[in-house]
Design a protein around this ligand. Sequence first.
Ligand code: F6R
Length: 607
Amino acid sequence: MCGIVGYCGPRVISDILIEGLRRLEYRGYDSAGISITDGDEFTTVKKKGKIKDLASAVPQEIDGLAGIGHTRWATHGEVTDTNAHPHTDNSGKVVIVHNGIIENYEALKSRLKQNGHRFMTQTDSEVIAHLIAELYAGDLEKALLEVLPLLKGTYGLAVMHQDEPGKIVGVRNGSPLVLGVGEDEMFLASDVTAILQYTRDAIYLNDGDLVSVTKDGYKTFDVHHNEVSKNIEQINWEINQIEKDGFPHFMEKEIFEQVESIKRAFTGRLNRDSATGHLGGLDMEPRDLLTVQRVKIIAAGTSYYASIIGAYLIERIARIPAQAELSSEVRYKNPIVEPNTLYFAVSQSGETADTLYAMRELQRKGARVLGLCNVVGSTIARESDGGVYLHSGPEIAVASTKAFTSQLTIFYVFTLILARIRHMGVEDGLDFINALEKVPSQIGELLKKTEELKTLAKKYYTYENFLFLGRGLNYAVALEGALKLKEVSYIHAEGYSAAEIKHGPIALINESTPSLFIVPDDALREKVISNMKEVKARKGRLIAFAVEGDDEVANIADDVFFVPKSHELMYPFLMVLPAQVFAYYCAIELGRNVDQPRNLAKSVTVE
Ligand code: F6R
């Protein structure tokens, strides 16, 4: 949620920190700050607002030996300059930046107050600086290791001490931290986007790892202060992937990238000769997959909606009972783990706390949990028992778009694999492959018609409430369409099964609540048309996403957007695309901050 960056080396430190924070801004964007040591003292600048506000508050280039920076998404304490990180102790000798939550901070704070500490902020994080100051006896690593057992909660931490200038110590427990290794410089960051332009050599820290860096090198330790060696891994993202590349917003860029990202998600994973798929990362042979009697999928937000479609598809096509559940609910319901159940933890970032903790709870109960993540080296990717990467490339816009369609793609490939080892024959397998391989070009066709969606948005952006309605495989597309609209435009929208409205939501229908119906030409089309008529009879305005040539739907709806005719299973891809674009243009019309909507953060690392 918050972002951390740290640097030791010869470059102008303020520039590196501010540029790193700019790259991390999507993780949290209500305030930011930096602290730089020149060997004698720290220069600290903290500012409420965006990174550009921080940059303008930095008087000139600040050079030095080492520095740390932070971009905040407030949890404890209002959004103010003072509550922004870095935080310090009363002597001013310790500075820290912290991601995560210290749950027992109130107790620690009152004990520290009794010992004479004065607190300057309302944050939970400040206690860490005071504790380090109290326990410091000339060795920052040692002091930090003594502090950690006192903390209850989660942290990614970067710490400096005035008596050890040029050194940054980092540690993680539940919040990501990566070390970037340069020639005569070292970087610390909460994700690789902050360091990508300087180095491709990264060490992903695990919970409990502590790292100590100076410009000349690094050392990694376990919690007992034993030195441990860690592998350097290569970051394979390109710098242009984290730039807007001519687009006004990352969201639009990422919507347009879906032609390629969907292709990347299935490339090398479909085999025409055997009419099936292959997901090497699952590490499961057909004979292992044959023993699977149930599939359960855990996820949050947009990833959850992709998972609902995945579960629906697995059950319908592979004929294996499958269910998607909110990870936040799974963790605390004392879930039953049955033998022969295969679990998936689905997460674009691979860091979502709800999903990570639910995954760990399931693993404790003996479950095999496969990860479906986009971010390489992320915690869920590393802690899962096998898994698949989406290969979508970095998703920077806070509202998820391309990750959703890549997650769908993996579920389609997985469904094919499961179905083919059971009842699906070669011909049907090939049909399925043909249909899936056509999706990117169909998405390309749709992207040529975004002007139509812009016009639609111009007509509807002033409405304050929307219903998104779909059924079957497209039920969760309705949920996702509603989520996209609320996230980026702040227009209230509810997603429902079209069949469900008569059980309550139809009471909301009037001339000022438009209903957006998703109407593919599948077995449920007639029923959805009946639901449209029910809304029309109550004077509700109707928008339909329908299939090219569907005059009946066009005649009922006030406005229609057509998608190309497709294999009936592929409509979730084609129907979600216009929903994403419609939300985008509504947000533009309303002058919203599309890439960084209010109150949100890209990677939700707190519960
Ligand atoms: C919606 C969105 C969020 C995320 C959710 C899970 O546009 O971005 O709802 O989908 O926070 O995030 P991941 O997939 O990283 O676990």
